[in-house]
Design a binder for this molecule. Structure first.
Ligand SMILES: [Zn+2]
Length: 264
């Protein structure tokens, strides 16, 4: 049950978050798995988590791909995993749409997401980097070029697929365990984190590097951090403002407050 003190506390935090966002010179955002759970994508760990139920994925997924790219593709084509099926059905939630509003208002300059589910793009977000890749795309590990599944259909009697530009091996764009973050994405994220003086962090405890380094970089240079999460995270002691609650409920309210501030 919410006490009046907690309600007052949340109203205060909303005011503060709206102020920090509206007064920042270059606010950016970072999102993680928590925002996808609200769109029906199961988390990896914890109750009901994919890895909790099916076991952790191999820690050398990328090396396995390199060792046997044909086998990797055969397995993917024959038995689409539960996550692939969940991804195919998921739709952006109110939080994804509110994030797009912040971008359209000219306020949010960039979005770094750890999610592979394409939901930010599906909602209409334009300026974003998917640091762990995008499950809807394919990527050449030679030249880094990305392809839609339609542009480069993968057929079972011609595996592994090869890049039409450089003949390099093609895998899904999703970054596997043991695989380096694609250098173009990493450079973009680092550039944006250096430019930013405020970061809205939603649905992630930002513990996994390199994502973990971005809030720290911003904070060390005197920027502000706003956290949106159901729970306290290891990042909470570092942030200027914590909005406790569901992404799909908090973000639309935050957009209203920011808009009221900008039009006042
Ligand atoms: Zn290539």
């Amino acid at each position: 049950m919410t006490t009046s003190g907690e309600r007052w506390g949340l109203a205060f935090e909303f005011e503060r978050a709206a102020h920090l966002l509206a007064s920042a010179r270059y606010p950016i955002a970072m999102t993680g798995a928590g925002v996808s759970v609200e769109s029906g994508i199961p988390p990896f760990r914890g109750p009901g988590g994919l890895w909790t139920r099916h076991g952790e994925p191999p820690m050398d997924g990328y090396q396995r791909f390199l060792a046997d790219p044909k086998g990797y593709w055969e397995e993917r084509l024959r038995a689409p995993s539960e996550i692939v099926q969940a991804l195919a059905q998921a739709q952006p939630n109110a939080g994804h749409h509110a994030m797009v509003e912040l971008e359209r208002m000219g306020l949010l300059r960039y979005l770094i997401t750890q999610n592979i589910d394409n939901l930010h793009r599906a909602a209409g977000h334009r300026q974003l980097a998917e640091i762990h890749g995008n499950a809807q795309l394919l990527r050449c590990i030679g030249c880094g070029r990305r392809f839609t599944m339609e542009a480069l259909p993968v057929v079972i009697d011609d595996l592994p697929p090869r890049c039409p530009t450089c003949a390099g091996l093609i895998k899904v764009d999703t970054v596997h365990f043991g695989e380096p973050i694609p250098p173009d994405v990493l450079q973009t994220c680092s550039r944006e984190a250096r430019l930013a003086d405020c970061m809205l962090i939603a649905g992630t405890s930002a513990l996994v590097y390199p994502a973990a380094s971005f809030p720290q970089m911003i904070k060390e240079r005197g920027g502000s951090l706003i956290e949106v999460n159901l729970y306290d995270t290891p990042l909470t002691p570092l942030v200027d403002c914590s909005l406790r609650g569901a992404f799909g409920e908090i973000l639309p309210t935050l957009v209203e407050q920011v808009r009221a501030r900008l039009t006042a």
